[in-house]
Write a protein that binds this ligand. Structure first.
Ligand code: NAP
Length: 284
C-alpha cells in the first residue's frame, strides 16, 4: 500500500497489549487511502499500566483518536469525558475520538455485528436467538440484539456464572444455560439465529465444540453466525452450510467496526459497500 503521507496528516492508532497482530492499521489505512483522507493510522503497544500516560501523550501530540483492544476496553470507560449509548450499555470502549482535549468513547462491537447481520439478511426483530459464549464479544452482541428487538436470547456458556451475569441485563428476555449437548440442543431447536461468540473453532485455538449435533435440531432456514473469521469457514459454519442453513462469518463484523470507527474519527459517513470492497480486497 502506498500512503500519500503529508505533514498535516491527522494521527490515529490502535492500542493494546498485545497489539502487533492487529489488522486495524491495514484496514484503516486502506480506507483512508481509498477515500483520499489526510490521516495516518499506526499501531501502538500500550500496557494497562501505561494507559493514563498514553492518554496524556495522545492529547499532547494532537492525535484525532484511537481504537483499543485487549486489555483496555473496560479500563477506558471511567477515563472518558463522554460515552456514547452503546459504550454506556456495554461498559466498554473500543473507539476514542479526541476533540478539544476531551475524550469521546464509543463501542462498535455490537453495531458492527448487527450491520453485518442485516446485510446478510438476518431479521433480528422478534427473533429467538441462541448465543454461545458470554465473554467480551458476546456481551455487546447480545445487548445490541436486544436493543434491536430480539424476542429472546438463550446464552449458552461453559462457565454458567458468566452466562448468569450477562443475563442479568434483561432477565425477562435472556436465559442462561451451559454448553452441554442437551442445553445446546434445546437452545438450537427454537432458534431463528444461532451465533458462536466463543473462540471454539478459531485457528490456533486447540479443540472445538465437543459435538455439533445440536445443529441438526435447528429449524429450517435458521441462520448460523460465527464471530470468528480465521478460518473463514469454521467447522460450525461448514456443518451448518452442509445442512442448508444460511451462514455468516466474523469478517463482516470486523469490517463494519472499522467503517464505524473511521466515521467516528472523521465525522463523515461513507459508502459501506465501497468500503467493504476496499477492505475485503486488502485482506484477501
Ligand atoms: P473472551 O472474552 O476471552 O471470551 C471467550 C469465550 O469463549 C467465553 O465465553 C469462554 O467461555 C469461551 N471459551 C473459550 N475457550 C473455551 C473452551 N475451550 N470451551 C468452551 N468455551 C470456551 O473472548 P472474546 O473477546 O469474547 O472473543 C470471542 C471470539 O470472538 C474470538 O474468537 C474472537 O476472535 C472473536 N471476535 C471477533 C470479532 C470480529 O470482529 N469478528 C470481534 C471480537 C471477537 P468461559 O466464559 O467459560 O471461559
Amino acid at each position: 500500500m502506498n500512503l500519500n503521507l503529508t505533514n498535516t496528516a491527522k494521527k490515529l492508532c490502535v492500542i493494546g497489549d498485545p497489539v502487533l497482530h492487529s489488522k486495524s492499521p491495514l484496514i484503516q489505512n486502506a480506507m483512508i487511502q481509498a477515500l483520499g483522507l489526510d490521516y495516518i493510522y499506526l499501531c501502538q503497544p500500550v500496557s494497562l499500566e501505561g494507559l493514563p500516560a498514553f492518554l496524556d501523550a495522545a492529547k499532547a501530540l494532537g492525535y484525532s483518536g484511537f481504537n483499543a483492544t485487549m486489555p483496555h476496553k473496560q479500563a477506558l470507560v471511567p477515563l472518558m469525558d463522554v460515552l456514547d449509548e452503546d459504550a454506556q450499555m456495554c461498559q466498554s470502549v473500543n473507539t476514542v475520538c479526541i476533540k478539544d482535549g476531551k475524550l469521546y468513547g464509543y463501542s462498535t462491537d455490537g453495531e458492527g455485528f448487527y450491520r453485518s447481520l442485516q446485510r446478510a439478511g438476518g431479521q433480528v426483530a422478534g427473533a429467538n436467538i441462541a448465543l454461545i459464549g458470554a465473554g467480551g464479544a458476546a456481551k455487546p452482541v447480545a445487548l445490541k440484539l436486544l436493543q434491536q428487538g430480539a424476542k429472546h436470547i438463550t446464552v449458552c456458556n461453559r462457565t454458567l456464572e458468566k452466562a448468569n451475569v450477562l443475563c442479568q441485563h434483561d432477565t425477562g428476555r435472556m436465559t442462561p444455560t451451559t454448553l452441554k449437548d442437551s442445553a445446546l440442543i434445546q437452545a438450537a431447536s427454537t432458534a431463528d439465529i444461532l451465533i458462536n461468540c466463543t473462540s471454539l473453532g478459531m485457528e490456533g485455538v486447540a479443540g472445538g465444540f465437543e459435538s455439533l449435533a445440536f445443529l441438526d435440531h435447528l429449524p429450517t432456514g435458521a441462520m448460523v453466525c460465527d464471530l470468528i473469521y480465521h478460518p473463514a469457514q469454521t467447522p460450525l459454519l461448514a456443518r451448518a452450510d452442509a445442512l442448508g442453513h444460511p451462514t455468516l462469518n466474523g469478517l463482516g463484523m470486523l469490517i463494519h467496526q472499522g467503517i464505524l470507527a473511521l466515521e467516528h474519527f472523521t465525522g463523515q459517513n461513507f459508502d459501506a459497500d465501497r468500503m467493504e470492497e476496499v477492505v475485503r480486497g486488502v485482506l484477501a
